[in-house]
Design a binder for this molecule. Structure first.
Ligand code: NDP
Length: 452
């Protein structure tokens, strides 16, 4: 890093957070791309903006005791990282997974601040969750865990304070239990969580929003080059919420989707995944809570590859929709060797920094998650508006707003990249465009609000 201020902050962040690799990775990725903006904004350093951007406003950590069906007691660790409230109440998902620790949640919260800024909606950034893994737990165990988690979390959140949502392993079932407990303790019916069921304040299209939004963003990238999805071969990783609806929108736009995966392996369907096959996957994952390997037993056109990643499959476009660091340097090399021309991230930080560097060096179309997966939180913002107004909009209305928000985010990244000289002929650095656009808005709000 050439800018002295950026360099100093990076050294301080490394020294202070040496045992938080995911957080350091996320900060490094952002700082390396912010230099053109920091060079042009001398007011940042005297206002200690970078120092404050990399330090959460508040971290809450708590014990979550719960009882399993056999009457045994368990204790998990709960967290809420309230990262930055300069442009609105904290907003960001809850993740339940063994991998959850402070480093993972600080990386997610840090990214969320910039992502929420890009949506144009008034939302600050936060993230939370627990090292509890719902896989293999009964509904009643999940309910008891969620009730215990909320029995502490309720003190720290509120419709105008902090509005959590779902994330990995926190879907409609978990949000329902969390909402029920919040309502019971507070004795109030407010939009304190998003991703709620449709019968109690949820928004139509919220389930689809991250996946659909990702494909709307990628469609805009192709449009700049006079292309569309018709006939393009696409690989999608994951088979959860984001992957399912990314695949669905790709199919609707005429692409051929050939893969889905989970943490055990991936399936390759040479004939392409149709809407009917995808409906079967939704049932498998959301109702039966089964493994993607079962797809290959159900559909003879498919093969299952245990322990492998989808990036070895030849494709035009790739959509990492599973988890952080699922796409490493060697995977990026494989994609490029096989002719992949577009990578758009549905997951948060799925490509590590070395993989991103490969995409940038090859000058392919690359969309960072904080821009391309912002449709989920944007639609959460629309759910908050509907809750405040005591109204619910139609699916078509929400989908149209989502599409328009994704087009705006795309254009904002593109125009920021152009303004800072981050384009080269047909090549557009969306990564730097997204980071700078998200950052500048938050920085200006922080300066206006003084030293807080
Ligand atoms: P889900 O829990 O619904 O699905 C996650 C999927 O990824 C599962 O199929 C899971 O399989 C799979 N997976 C996990 N680890 C790996 C791995 N190492 N390799 C391959 N597959 C893996 O989560 P979501 O779809 O909601 O979230 C996915 C990503 O998108 C996360 O990074 C999340 O932060 C991000 N995101 C989600 C948003 C949302 O609205 N849901 C919004 C913005 C970002 P298994 O069952 O084996 O664990």
């Amino acid at each position: 890093m050439k800018n002295a201020y950026v360099n100093r902050i990076w050294e301080e962040v490394k020294a202070k957070n040496a045992n938080e690799p995911e957080f350091l990775q996320a900060v490094e990725e952002v700082l390396t791309t912010l230099e053109p903006a920091v060079d042009k904004m001398p007011e940042l350093e005297p206002n200690a903006i970078l120092e404050r951007m990399v330090e959460p406003e508040r971290v809450i950590m708590f014990r979550v005791p719960w009882m399993d069906d056999a009457g045994n007691y368990h204790v998990n660790r709960g967290f809420r990282v309230q990262f930055n409230s300069a442009i609105g109440p904290y907003k960001g998902g809850l993740r339940f997974s063994k991998e959850v620790n402070l480093s993972v949640l600080k990386f997610l919260g840090f990214e969320q601040v910039l992502k929420n800024s890009l949506t144009t909606l008034p939302m600050g950034g936060g993230k939370g969750g627990s090292d509890f893994d719902p896989h293999g737990k009964s509904d009643k165990e999940v309910m008891r865990f969620c009730q215990s988690f909320m029995t502490e979390l309720y003190r720290h959140i509120g419709a105008d304070v902090d509005v959590p949502a779902g994330d990995k392993n926190v879907g409609g079932r978990e949000i329902g239990y969390l909402f029920g407990q919040y309502k019971r303790i507070r004795d109030e019916y407010t939009g304190v969580l998003t991703g709620k069921g449709l019968t109690f304040g949820g928004s139509l299209i919220r389930t689809e929003a991250t996946g659909y939004g990702l494909i709307y963003f990628a469609r805009e990238m192709l449009k700049v080059k006079g292309q569309d999805f018709k006939g393009k071969t696409c690989v999608v990783s994951g088979s959860g919420n984001v992957a399912q609806y990314a695949a669905e929108k790709l199919i609707q736009l005429g692409a051929k989707v050939v893969t889905l995966s989970d943490s055990s392996g991936y399936i390759y369907d040479a004939d392409g995944i149709t809407q009917e096959k995808l409906d079967w996957v939704k049932e498998l994952k959301c109702v039966k809570r089964g493994r993607i390997s079962e797809y290959a037993k159900q559909f003879p056109s498919a093969k299952y590859f245990e322990g492998k990643k989808v990036w070895e499959v030849k494709c035009d476009c790739a959509f990492p929709c599973a988890t952080q660091n699922e796409l490493l340097e060697a995977d990026a090399e494989m994609l490029l060797k096989n002719g992949c021309k577009l990578v758009a991230e549905g997951a948060n930080m799925p490509s590590d920094n070395a993989a991103v560097a490969k995409f940038q060096a090859a000058k392919i179309m690359y969309a960072p998650g904080k821009a391309s997966n912002a449709g989920g939180v944007a639609t959460s913002g629309l759910e908050m508006s509907q809750n405040s107004e005591r109204l619910s909009w139609s699916a078509a209305e929400v989908d149209a707003k989502l599409d328009s928000i994704m087009c705006n985010i795309h254009d904002n990244c593109l125009n920021t990249a152009k303004r800072f000289g981050l384009t080269d002929g047909e090549y557009i650095n969306y990564q730097a465009g997204a980071n700078i656009a998200g950052f500048v808005k938050v920085a200006e709000a922080m300066i206006a609000q003084g030293l807080v």
